[in-house]
Design a protein around this ligand. Structure first.
Ligand SMILES: N[C@@H](CCC(=O)N[C@@H](CS)C(=O)NCC(=O)O)C(=O)O
Length: 78
C-alpha cells in the first residue's frame, strides 16, 4: 500500500494527492505535523522534515519532491 506523508495545508502535497485521486490510487495518508521536527516519523524514515514524502514499500521506493512523485506515480500506476 502506498503511504503519503503530507499536510493538508501544503500545496505540494495537494498536487500529489490530486494526482493520486486522478489515478484512483488507494493510499495511507500519514498526517505530518511540522512541529514534530526530527521526531516526525517521516524524518526517521527519509531523513528530511519535508513533505510530501512517498513510501511505496512494495517497490522499495521512498521519494521526496512533488514533481518526482507525480512522475513516478504516472509512470508506475497509470
Ligand atoms: N520542492 C518540494 C517543496 C516541498 C515543500 O516546500 N514542502 C514544505 C511544506 S509545503 C515543507 O515540507 N517544508 C518544511 C521543510 O522543507 O523542512 C516539492 O515540490 O515537493
Amino acid at each position: 500500500m502506498l503511504e503519503l506523508y503530507a499536510n493538508t495545508g501544503c500545496p505540494y502535497c495537494q498536487k500529489v494527492m490530486a494526482k493520486m485521486n486522478e489515478l484512483k490510487l488507494d493510499f495511507i495518508f500519514r498526517s505530518h505535523d511540522f512541529s514534530d521536527g526530527e521526531n516526525a516519523r517521516s524524518f526517521k524514515i527519509g531523513g528530511k522534515t519535508q513533505v510530501p514524502f512517498l513510501v511505496d514499500a512494495e517497490k522499495g521506493i521512498q521519494m521526496y519532491e512533488s514533481g518526482d512523485i507525480m512522475a513516478y506515480l504516472e509512470k508506475t500506476y497509470s
